[in-house]
Design a protein around this ligand. Structure first.
Ligand SMILES: C[C@@H](N)C(=O)N[C@H](C)C(=O)O
Ligand SMILES: [Zn+2]
Length: 235
């Protein structure tokens, strides 16, 4: 259980619809499909209707500051089967990165790797009270692309299992390069927050609106006016 799982969900029934990809930049091929994740008759490029409207709003705010920059969509809707696939893939990759194989892992090593995996991935829970954020169609992983079509350097790749994924990792650095990374992360956060999203406190790229994490973060900063979640798991 994460603290945001205490938030009650009152599903509003808003449809999951195709993102108008022509408006945005898009990571292509899709990063998880490339690894073998299958979506059946679904696609990762779907979100709830008003989440898409808010994403367009965020990009409009971005373009007031930087005309011709775009939000790049890395991932959006994620069925629970894909959440499970990515959790398993990330565990296996972390084992390989340590130069080990699954059978060689000591109980301590196994636990340490699972902790690293679940530091950034949500549990692929089938319980309707604790859905993984992307399985609600309300969460999106994004970065920025500049007017030359280049991905803006945020100082670490999306999905890296390290401290560098923390949004404020570069906040107190004296290095001009690191200050740039922090400024880019702040720019992304500012335009997304202005449109109503909240950012995952552990990941510079993950934003959501209307799900449990969003409600929990809202309630942390504004306890006098608590909100609940309006998007639950989609089947
Ligand atoms: C790991 C990243 N892509 C992500 O989406 N993390 C959140 C917490 C999730 O799994 O929902
Ligand atoms: Zn995410």
């Amino acid at each position: 259980m994460r603290p945001y799982h205490q938030i009650p969900i009152f599903e509003c029934g808003e449809p999951l619809i195709k993102i108008p990809l022509e408006l945005f930049a898009v990571e292509s091929p899709h990063p998880y499909e490339k690894l073998g994740a299958t979506y059946g008759d679904r696609s990762p490029y779907y979100l709830r209707q008003s989440v898409i409207e808010k994403l367009i709003q965020a990009q409009n705010y971005l373009q007031l500051l930087h005309p011709n920059w775009r939000i790049q969509i890395f991932d959006a809707y994620r069925p629970i089967a894909v959440q499970q696939f990515m959790v398993d893939y990330s565990f296996a990759q972390a084992v390989r990165d340590r130069g080990l194989t699954d059978v060689e892992l000591s109980p301590n090593q196994r636990q340490e790797i699972w902790e690293a995996v679940y530091a950034i991935w949500a549990l692929p829970s089938l319980d309707e009270k604790t859905p993984p954020p992307h399985s609600t169609g309300a969460a999106v992983d994004v970065t920025l692309v500049d007017d030359a079509g280049q991905i803006v350097n945020m100082g670490s790749p999306i999905d890296e299992m390290s401290e560098r994924s923390h949004p404020d990792y570069y906040a107190n650095s004296d290095r001009p390069e690191a200050q740039n990374y922090h400024a880019h992360r702040q720019l992304l956060q500012n335009v997304m927050l202005k449109a109503g999203f909240q950012r995952n406190p552990r990941e510079w790229w993950h934003f959501s609106i209307g799900d449990q994490m969003w409600a929990w973060l809202n309630n942390q900063s504004n306890p006098a006016n608590p909100v609940t979640a309006r998007y639950g798991r989609l089947t």
